[in-house]
Write a new protein. Structure first.
Length: 418
């Protein structure tokens, strides 16, 4: 395995770290205050502070770092992973400043790989330029949509149009009025093979019959910084046949292709978040003196700090190995490792944030530190891209299959030898 930082990444990392300290960290609270004071706080992409940071990021060559091909920085997964971790230290501002914020990143990757030239010109190009936002509409309230084969939204062809009916919820970014395009997952043929029933289609925000019915909260957080999370209703929504992404029945495969890189991004940003939490935990431990001695001299706090460092080092190696496999043998061959980091990272980061909150006392629960909202985020990504239990079940099934094959091979070899 080879995932050491090369010269190109080292230069970008140096530039990014300088950008973080000179522009991002000093503006985190100002950005939060600015969007909270907007007439529509979900319209974060209209922030004056954010757009000034975006101009600075572009001038430094720190734009669209996530996209490997044309329109991006041409980085591998391993290269981008090191940079994504840094942005995770300021997850509510840094990714957006670099035009590397979810769900737009996944949607841009999807359009770049599967979109037609017309779709790329109309939607991908303005997304890459940071002119509009987008959302990915898959999750539904009435079914266990962690398994995309369960979704019920219908996409029915009627002449030169598709007609869409259904309800979606927790659609990240959709509360932002600048989210001008939704990628919608639905069923075009419920009678087809289980993984060939689904298709994905582009639905512009202003299409008649599409209604944003309400915003959804995450542990009470409205998440204005990324455009919130919406419930959507599609009632006889009509779009041209040319809005279909790929072919009918390819929706499930496209969704799986979209998730691989996204999970790497989520995990590396979460590690960056945990690194900042450890830094805060150590500073707090050195400066608080209950019961006659600093918290940093309390055995239990030292144990938390040590275990936090061990967890982060383990996670980083796992994620970099996964990124390396994705670069060298492809996303499909790295499926088990992708599942492993999706299981391990949020749980470990959640534990680290919990201990950092404990060291901060009641202040750790407040809006004065980034810990409480980050804890909510870490808990949330144990659902995003599929619940832990789904990945564990799949991993266990594959492991059982692999071990059975090994036993059978050993038995066959022994029989041949005899």
């Amino acid at each position: 395995m080879e995932f050491s930082i090369d010269e190109k990444t080292e230069l970008l990392k140096k530039e990014l770290v300088d950008f973080m300290y000179s522009h991002v960290y000093p503006n985190e609270q100002a950005f939060a205050d600015e969007i909270a004071g907007m007439e529509n706080p979900y319209a974060w992409s209209e922030s004056k502070i954010l757009n000034e940071l975006r101009a600075e990021a572009r001038s430094r060559g720190l734009w669209n770092l996530f996209l490997p091909g044309e329109g991006g920085a041409g980085l591998t997964n391993v290269q981008y992973a090191a940079l994504s971790e840094i942005t995770g230290r300021a997850r509510t501002l840094a990714p957006a400043a670099l035009n590397c914020a979810a769900p737009d990143t996944g949607n841009m990757e999807l359009l770049a790989e599967f979109g037609t030239e017309e779709q790329k010109e109309k939607w991908l190009k303005p997304l890459l330029n940071g002119e509009i936002r987008s959302a990915f509409a898959m999750t539904e309230p009435k079914v266990a949509s962690s398994d995309a084969t369960n979704i019920e939204t219908s996409i029915v062809r009627d002449g030169d149009e598709y007609v869409i009916n259904g309800t979606k919820w927790f659609i990240t970014g959709a509360m932002n009025p600048n989210a001008e395009i939704f990628i919608v997952m639905g069923k075009t043929d419920p009678t087809a093979d289980r993984h060939k029933q689904q298709s994905q289609i582009l639905v512009p925000r202003n299409t008649p019959g599409l209604t944003v019915t309400r915003g959804m909260t995450i542990f009470g957080y409205e998440d204005h910084y990324n455009g919130g999370h919406a419930e959507l209703e599609f009632k006889d929504v009509r779009v041209p046949v040319s809005n279909l992404i790929g072919a009918e029945g390819e929706g499930f495969a496209i969704a799986q292709a979209r998730l691989g890189p996204g999970r790497i991004h989520h995990c590396m940003r979460a590690i960056g978040m945990a690194e900042r939490a450890i830094s805060m935990m150590c500073e707090r431990a050195d400066t608080r003196t209950p019961f006659g001695k600093p918290l940093s001299e309390q055995g239990v706090v030292r144990t938390w700090i040590a275990e936090s460092r061990v967890k982060i080092e383990q996670l980083r190696l796992m994620v970099l190995k996964t990124a390396w496999l994705m670069d060298t043998v492809g996303n499909k061959a790295a499926h088990t490792e992708i599942q492993a980091i999706k299981i391990a990272t949020p749980e470990a980061v959640e534990w680290i944030l919990d201990k950092a909150i404990q060291v901060h006392g009641a202040a750790g629960l407040s809006q004065d530190f980034f810990l409480a909202s980050s804890f909510a985020y870490a808990r949330t990504i144990r659902f995003a891209d599929g619940p832990d239990e789904v990945h564990k079940n799949s991993m266990a099934r594959n492991e059982l299959k692999r071990q059975r094959a090994r036993r059978e091979a050993r038995a066959a070899a022994a029989a041949n030898k005899g």
